[in-house]
Design a protein around this ligand. Structure first.
Ligand code: PEP
Length: 251
């Protein structure tokens, strides 16, 4: 059985001091929900203090991005080894990176390979824009993102990958997808694309999350046979909300 996973993407929010306060508020509630894999993804500047605070707590830490190269002249970038010193997870290909910073399926692919090579768990985001959705291009776009972003991985490493289906139009808008639509994309587009790459057993073994305006009020609708948890943005900054979302993921 796939273990549920809920990750909080803090995006570009919280100074170090504010990050420490948020972790203090989250810890008591999060620590009780051991059957769910819980991950906090603060900005780079807070990875060190947050990872120190979470040491031994059972709660994981993730970076929000990284470069694929091991070192070198890449001003402003962070390498997989640097992330690995402080984290167990890394978000890759978030739509905000694709939209504002030129992330492509090709760069996603390089980052996924690099993350797996240093034993990080990549949380790989895929999802269609509103225009693509309206033009009935969801299957084409999401299928391409899965295949081009996740091809050519050693089959024994692949089950460590986590995929987050995040329709771009649902992120930060308060307009979540319906659970039926999200389940449909996971069942009929994402898992078949994975099966084409790695076979049906691996496609069933991989965890797929939903992301896009998840709150404590709608979270439970998404979790079930196909969707194994959530990647949460805005609501992950509200301690009570985030803990309730994690609780809703218990099976
Ligand atoms: C996200 O950042 O991945 C996200 C889904 O954001 P929100 O929950 O705010 O829509």
């Amino acid at each position: 059985m796939r273990k549920p996973l809920v990750a909080g993407n803090w995006k570009m929010n919280k100074t170090v001091e504010q990050a420490r306060s948020l972790v203090e508020e989250l810890l008591p509630g999060l620590q009780k929900v051991e059957s769910v894999e819980r991950v906090l993804c603060p900005p780079f500047t807070s990875l060190m203090p947050v990872s120190a605070m979470l040491m031994g707590s059972g709660i994981g830490v993730g970076a929000q991005d990284m470069h694929w190269e091991a070192s070198g002249a890449y001003t402003g970038e962070i390498s997989p080894q640097m992330v690995k010193e402080l984290c167990q997870y890394v978000i890759i290909g978030h739509s905000e990176r694709r939209t504002y910073f030129g992330e492509t399926d090709e760069s996603v692919h390089k980052k996924v390979l690099a993350a797996l090579a240093v034993q990080l768990t990549p949380i790989v985001c895929v999802g269609e824009t509103l225009n693509e959705n309206k033009a009935n291009r969801t299957a084409e776009v999401v299928g391409r993102q899965v295949v081009d972003g996740l091809k050519g991985i050693q089959p024994e490493l692949f089950p460590r990958v986590v995929i987050a289906y995040e329709p771009v139009w649902a992120i930060g808008t308060g307009l979540a997808a319906t659970s039926e639509d999200a389940v449909n994309v996971v069942r009929n587009i994402i898992r078949p694309a994975l099966a084409g790459l790695y076979g049906p057993d691996t496609a069933q073994a991989v965890r797929v999350l939903y992301g896009g305006s998840v709150t404590s009020a709608n979270a439970a609708e998404f979790f079930g046979d196909e969707i194994d948890g959530a990647l949460v943005g805005g609501a992950s900054l509200k301690p009570g909300e985030f803990v309730k979302i994690v609780e809703a993921a218990v099976r």
